[in-house]
Design a protein around this ligand. Structure first.
Ligand SMILES: Nc1nc2c(ncn2[C@@H]2O[C@H](COP(=O)(O)OP(=O)(O)O)[C@@H](O)[C@H]2O)c(=O)[nH]1
Ligand SMILES: [Mg+2]
Length: 310
């Protein structure tokens, strides 16, 4: 039943697991009757686990209701209930990338500075290239270093890059990239963008312009609009998902830096509060450190204790 997750992701989850599961197991030891005090302790623990207060509130409401109507009477039943509930939150929509019916599939990547957009684009492109020619567009024209960084990655993974000089209009870069993708019959076009906050109206308008330009040539693009979130920012990542979700038609999330953080519980709050699937998780800085998100495997890994190992 278990073992779907790669060693890298399991290792990446270690600290999150110590924090979340360690506490849960201390509060819900095997083979005890559940009581009000334990339920309160569980609630307190979950509030400290970066899941976000709103989501914890909902989880605890369900736990208390199940306890009240005697669906769960023991610590083991409570543990199993919690696990199933979290699984219910995380699973749902497909984590596969949407594809264009014909022609290039356009993937637009947005997020706050430093979350890992450019790195994730390189990682994603490196996977996609097995599936057909990939073109990258250096739409972060704010800083010269940004397109330099993408150029290095493009070179390393062997995909074509469309770029212009620093300060160029990102929509112009997108225009060039779409033309290149169409004329060279690329399978994928992945567009990097400058880091922004949902409150930066000029930058949000810039993103709109990029979309309009793309749609002139590929009307149903972008097929994917991915928001990159940094797991180490915990509840901040949850609010970014909520706020960006209000202004962009997001189709997927990429949760980076899951390696080495204890704040991975944020993924539960994110999935609960925005109904957008996490499509990829980043587990390191290298090009292979990206995993397709597997909700079931994730929950199994998070809740796996030596005693439940099967
Ligand atoms: N540990 C770790 N570092 C990452 C991951 N993804 C990105 N980074 C690092 O985060 C930093 C910012 O990444 P970058 O792609 O430049 O972010 P951007 O500003 O959103 O484009 C870089 O040092 C990356 O190597 C990840 O999954 N794990
Ligand atoms: Mg970048």
């Amino acid at each position: 039943m278990f073992g779907k997750l790669t060693a890298a992701l399991k290792e990446g989850l270690r600290k999150t697991k110590e924090k979340i599961l360690g506490g849960i197991r201390a509060i819900l030891p095997f083979g005890r009757d559940l009581d009000a005090d334990l339920v309160d302790q569980l609630e307190e623990h979950l509030y400290s686990a970066d899941i976000g207060p709103r989501t914890v509130g909902k989880i605890m409401e369900a736990v208390r209701a199940a306890w009240k109507n005697r669906t769960i009477k023991t610590t083991d039943e409570c543990f199993a209930f919690l696990k199933a509930h979290v699984k219910g939150i995380l699973s749902g929509e497909s984590t596969a990338l949407r594809r264009a019916a014909s022609g290039p599939t356009v993937v637009l990547v947005a997020g706050v500075n430093g979350t890992g957009k450019t790195t994730s684009i390189a990682k994603i492109a490196n996977r996609l290239k097995k599936d057909g020619p990939v073109i990258l567009a250096a739409g972060d024209t704010f800083r010269a270093a940004a397109s330099e960084q993408l150029a290095l990655w493009a070179d390393r993974i062997g995909v074509r890059l469309i770029r212009q000089d620093k300060g160029a209009d990102p929509a112009a870069v997108a225009f060039d990239a779409v033309e290149a993708a169409l004329s060279s019959k690329a399978a994928w076009l992945v567009i990097d963008t400058a880091g922004r906050l949902h409150t930066q109206e000029n930058l949000m308008a810039e993103l709109d312009k990029v979309k309009r330009i793309i749609r002139k040539r590929i009307p149903d693009a972008p097929h994917e609009t991915l928001l990159v979130l940094d797991a180490t920012t915990g509840q901040n990542a949850i609010s970014q998902a909520v706020e960006f979700g209000k202004v962009l038609d997001l189709t997927g999330l990429v949760l980076t830096k899951l390696d080495g953080t204890a704040k991975g519980g944020a993924i539960i709050g994110i999935r609960d509060q925005v109904k957008i699937p996490v499509k990829f998780v980043g587990v390191g800085e290298k090009v292979d450190d990206l995993e397709t998100f597997d909700p079931d495997g994730f929950v199994e890994a998070l809740f796996e204790t030596p005693e439940t190992k099967g």
